[in-house]
Design a protein around this ligand. Sequence first.
Ligand code: IPM
Ligand code: MN
Length: 359
Amino acid sequence: MKFTIAVIPGDGIGPEVITQAKKALNAVAEAYDHIFLYKEAQLGSCAIDATGGPLPKKTIEICKKADAILFGAVGDPKYDNDPSAKVRPEQGLLQLRKELDLFCGVRPLKAYNNLIANSPLKREIIKNTDFIIFRELTGGIYFGKKELSEDMQSASDLSTYTVDEISRVAHLAFQAAQKRKKKVTLVDKANVLETSRLWRKTVTEIAKEYSDVSLEYLFVDNAAMKMILNPKHFDVILTENLFGDMISDVASALCGSIGLMASSSIGNENALFEPIHGSYNQAKGKDIANPLASILSAGMLLKYLGLHEEADAIERAVDKSLALGITTEDIKRKIQSSTSTSKVGDFIADYITNQDDSN
Ligand code: IPM
Ligand code: MN
């Protein structure tokens, strides 16, 4: 089959990891007889440099027309410590999520057996951890009214949620739980926030439609602690935008490297796939960044397109690279030596190709 994939390499290590993900996709195309047409687009700091803004109109057009979007990373330290910067690279990604209504962020976390020793947690605590975060992605404090007083002595960010915004992501979380261990944990701060109380009320109602799924509630501070003390507790986590951002970074540290965690951002018309990690500008151009999160994001993209066997081939290749220790330096701690970004990408692509040859 033929698919058009919008490719946004973005900033920092984005282009390097995207190159590896494309190698994997090309190997899949060859082995399974598909055609992937890549349409490259700009977003982030590189787009600001080229066009003055972080999200050119052309990028939105390319994304809307594509069957799926593959995204690298966004961000540049030159903006981070400049509070007066009016344009920021991250605005590009946030605007794209809003523009395409990508309301549901899906962030799976699985402890790879071959990486247990790399986890900061004890073996018996991390082993068999497997949960998935459903993060609301287009509402809440990220998108509420922002104000800075003229004298710059006070500022505010408003967090608003509607029942509709909560419901649509909640349904997806419950549906995912039905196919897993049938447990949803709603993470909120209902002891303090009005928005959280609306989340609880709405999600409690929705849970009645999914009688085979159990629902529990956790305050976000407690959830962050539990994620470290007992990560196996979780199956599907459902949460608002800001809490989802925070706990997904906590989660990503559990399995040994943030360089392994892939994500999807799903809307009714479009879907974007990206690693959880940022642009890691210190590593840019050094061929040391871990490409696996980007490669696994390409795997999630294939699943979204209905190409399940092909997605499995990518996952098997990633498992194999971890088993053989063909990994970048972020996960070398317990594995003796490390290799480069591009060598990991080459291994994955070769493995996909040869695996198929031997079928
Ligand atoms: C993420 C990132 C983004 C977010 C940034 C880059 C705007 O941290 O996808 O988790 O905060 O959502
Ligand atoms: Mn984040």
